[in-house]
Every structure is written in structure tokens, then in C-alpha cells.
Ligand binder design. Structure first.
Ligand code: ADP
Ligand code: MG
Length: 445
């Protein structure tokens, strides 16, 4: 959750008032109150059954739309209640200060379910000790880095879970740097959609005992965000609060980040996670297979552990695929069957990030035919998704500017411009930024 539900609700009412006019608004919505927000559903209280029914009939769609717009979450829905507050359903508001942002925590990402091996033992031990005792100078800040799918997010969410259960008096803020950026940009926008007050935004961080930020490499290149982050970071640090960050590379390679931020990261504990060795992959595999209730012959398990080795996420993907096949298609997991399934799986996951798949996903997101992206049209509807495709090809594949240009039949300077343009739009427009994140997730997912 990237927003404070109460604030989004207030903003939505403000806008409803403008759109409906005061007279109508006063008759129907002036006493509407925020009751709760849970699983994407806002519960709105009204003072009588008649009012609740009327509003539900006549304004539900509009309110939903306003809430979606204000929160940036397209899946928001609304229910109405006329029951007094103490009786209203879904009273459990999840916006308590303690759990701010913690909705993003995955239930299974706990220490107990994190398999240790030589590749991650130090990261695990440090994360665990930090979760039990905050702010010890030798491990503050804690900087965890490693390649994709190796368990960084799992580990730092485990810290958050642990704080929730074992140190309920401590507050934490768990956020990815991309979300931080989106929030920051939203707080900066004057008037329209400005439901996050900059001071409130900062307070949320200042009041945390733990600041846990995932994928800090995305702060790169955004100087104002880095500045704000640095100050928040310093302020927390000086007050003995614990900071934990992850990144896909070590501090000294976070080049576009300012020197002072990098040296701050280096001043605490820096630990890495490496790809797991065979033994650890076997242990992880056995855990996932037992989660899925799948029994496999030893040689099949061994084959999987030996073959699927680039990262743990890929290993999980293989188990999920196997589970789906066994359940849906009466697939018998003999070594031969599993081998052909996995061969295809490994082929397709490396095939997914290429020019034609990226343009087709981008096309889908922007509602344009992917073939037109390769064409000559310069209309804005086509131009932007084309530039986004170039940007993502550069970001997600190892293709050079020239190679990307070749695919679109353009030269490398056009690609470079496209990348600059997209970077600028990302910094200027939080909704655009969100869209890019969604596209990336769908490509990498
Ligand atoms: P990263 O953030 O480094 O890209 P994630 O934390 O998202 O990686 O891990 C990818 C998946 O692999 C997650 O579902 C996670 O639970 C699982 N995973 C990674 N490492 C381990 C481990 N050591 N034990 C159990 N599961 C793991
Ligand atoms: Mg991660």
C-alpha cells in the first residue's frame, strides 16, 4: 500500500464535493466517514440505511473511480455501511502507525522458511540479529546485496515479520525504493491528487525505529529523492534507529548515487547473498515440494536441483509448473517427463526478455498493436510505447543501443533519446512511473 487510506478518503470527498456541487454533496455525502480499509476495500460509513442505499446506488462507481485515482490503485472497491462505528464490519483498520506500509509483507517470508547455506549464512545471521536488537553500530546500516531471486526481499521481510511479533512496541517502515520514489513524487505534486503532505510523509519515516528499504539501486539518478532519503536516513541513523537496505549490487557500484550516500552504506555492515550451491538448492527444493505436497523420486529431485540453478525464484517457478501439471493434466513426474517440461521451461524463461516479447507486453499495456511500434508512425500514442520498449530493452536485456536501434530500424541516438525521455517522464509523473513498474513486473514475474 502506497497511501494512507484516511488521506485518500479525504481527498476523494473533496473532489466529490467539487464535482457534485455543494447542494447534492451536503444532502448525501457530508457525513460520510472513513471506517476501514482492508484488502483493497474501503468501507464508508453513512448515518442511515436510506442514505447508505442511495449513495451505494447512485455514487458508488464515481466514488470508486475517485478513490482509484487518488490512491493510484486500480483495484480499489467500496462498500457502504450504516451501522454505528463499533459494530461496523471490517473494523480492523490496517493503517495503524505501527504497520505502515507493512501490507506488502508476504506471510511466508519469515526466518523459519529461509533455508540457510554457505551462500547466505552471514546475511541470514546478521538480518536475524538486527531483527532482535536494533541499532547496534556494528551492523547499522545493514546493507544486503545480491543478484535477482536470491532471497533478499524474503530476508528483509522476515526482519519486519519478526519485529511485528517479537517487538510490538517498535515501529518499522518497509518500502521499496520505487515506492518511496512514487510517494515522494506524489507528495511533491501541487494541488491535483496531493493527498500526501510532505511533512506527513517525512514523519512516517522519522517515527520508525526500523527503516527497511528494498532495492535501493532504483534511487539512482534521482537527485532530489536521494537528497531527501539521505536526510531521513541521517536523521534516523543519528538517533540510533536501524536502517536496512538491499541492492542488486555492492555499494561502490551504485555509481549514480551520491558519494555521501554510498559511504554511509559502507559505514555499517555489508553482506552479500550468492547463488546457492547444489546442497542448498536441494534443501530449498525439498521445502517447496513439500509445500506443494509433491512426492518425487530422489533422482528427479536431484535432476531439478542440478539443472535449475540460476536462482531460487527460478527453482520455485519450476516447482509451481510441476505442481500445476500434476494437478491439472495428470502428469506423471517420471524423470523423462520432468526433463522435457523443465527444458522447455528454462528455454521459455530466457526467451521472454527479447525485443518481440517486450514490445508485445508494452503494446498490451498501452493498448496499441505491437507491430506498429516497429513502424514509422510518430503519433504520441505510438511514440511513447515505442520509447518505453526501447527503455526496457536497454534496462532488462544486454542488447546494445545499436542492436536495439536495429530492431526498430532507427539509429542508436534515437534509442538514447528515448531512454532519456522515459527517465524524465518517470521522474515527473508518478502514474507513468507506476505503469513502468507494472510492465517490468509482468515481464519479470
Ligand atoms: P530477491 O529479492 O533477492 O530478488 P526474493 O527474496 O524475492 O529474491 O526470493 C525469490 C523467491 O525465492 C522467494 O519466493 C523466496 O521465498 C525464495 N527464496 C530465496 N531464497 C530462499 C531461501 N534461502 N530459502 C527459501 N526460500 C528462498
Ligand atoms: Mg527483491
Amino acid at each position: 500500500m502506497l497511501f494512507v487510506p484516511e488521506d485518500v478518503f479525504d481527498l476523494c470527498l473533496d473532489r466529490a464535493k467539487k464535482l457534485m456541487g455543494s447542494a447534492k454533496y451536503n444532502s448525501w455525502l457530508s457525513n460520510a466517514s472513513f471506517r476501514s480499509f482492508s484488502d483493497g476495500v474501503f468501507t464508508i460509513g453513512l448515518d442511515s440505511k436510506i442514505r447508505a442505499n442511495f449513495v451505494s446506488h447512485n455514487y458508488k462507481d464515481n466514488l470508486e473511480e475517485l478513490l482509484r485515482e487518488a490512491s493510484g490503485d486500480p483495484d480499489i472497491s467500496v462498500v457502504f455501511t450504516h451501522l454505528p462505528e463499533t459494530l461496523s464490519l471490517g473494523k480492523v483498520s490496517n493503517s495503524s502507525r505501527h504497520e505502515l506500509f507493512s501490507n506488502y509483507l508476504k506471510p511466508g517470508y519469515v526466518f523459519d522458511r529461509f533455508i540457510q547455506g554457505p551462500n547466505n549464512r552471514l546475511a541470514f545471521a546478521t538480518a536475524y540479529s538486527v531483527a532482535c536488537e536494533m541499532g547496534r553500530s556494528s551492523s547499522n546500516p545493514l546493507f544486503i546485496y545480491g543478484g535477482v531471486g536470491l532471497g533478499k526481499t524474503h530476508l528483509i521481510q522476515a526482519i519486519a515479520h519478526r519485529i511485528k511479533t517479537n517487538q510490538p512496541d517498535k515501529t518499522f517502515c518497509y518500502i521499496s525504493s520505487e515506492e518511496f520514489l512514487t510517494m515522494f513524487l506524489r507528495a511533491m505534486i501541487p494541488n491535483k491528487n496531493n493527498f500526501i503532505d510532505m511533512e506527513k510523509f517525512k514523519d512516517k519515516f522519522r517515527n520508525s525505529h526500523y527503516l527497511i528499504m528494498d532495492d535501493v539501486q532504483f534511487l539512482s539518478n534521482k537527485e532530489t529523492t536521494q537528497d531527501l532519503f539521505f536526510h531521513l536516513f541521517n536523521d534516523l541513523y543519528l538517533r540510533g534507529r536501524q536502517i536496512i537496505v538491499t541492492s542488486d549490487r555492492p555499494p561502490h557500484e551504485l555509481e549514480p548515487l551520491t558519494e555521501r550516500l554510498i559511504s554511509r552504506f559502507q559505514s555499517g555492515m555489508v553482506v552479500d547473498i550468492k547463488p546457492p550451491m547444489l546442497e542448498t538448492r536441494l534443501a530449498i527444493l525439498n521445502q517447496k515440494l513439500s509445500d506443494e505436497n509433491i512426492n518425487l523420486d530422489g533422482d528427479v529431485v536431484f535432476y531439478l536441483a542440478e539443472t535449475v540453478k540460476s536462482n531460487v525464484r527460478q527453482l520455485e517457478g519450476a516447482v509451481n509448473l510441476l505442481a500445476a501439471n500434476i494437478r491439472i493434466q495428470n502428469f506423471v513426474p517420471t524423470i523423462d517427463n520432468v526433463r522435457s517440461l523443465i527444458t522447455e521451461y528454462l528455454g521459455s524463461s530466457s526467451r521472454r526478455l527479447n525485443p518481440s516479447s517486450i514490445t508485445s507486453v508494452v503494446g498490451e499495456f498501452f493498448g496499441v498493436n505491437p507491430n506498429t511500434l516497429k513502424g514509422k508512425k510518430r503519433k504520441r500514442e505510438i511514440l511513447i510505447p515505442r520509447q518505453v520498449s526501447m527503455f526496457l530493452l536497454r534496462d532488462l536485456t544486454s542488447l546494445s543501443l545499436e542492436e536495439i536501434g536495429d530492431y526498430f530500424d532507427r539509429d542508436h541516438s534515437t534509442v538514447l533519446n528515448a531512454i532519456k525521455r522515459v527517465n524524465a517522464m518517470i521522474s515527473e509523473d508518478p502514474f507513468f512511473n507506476r505503469k513502468i513498474i507494472d510492465i517490468k513486473e509482468s515481464l519479470l514475474g
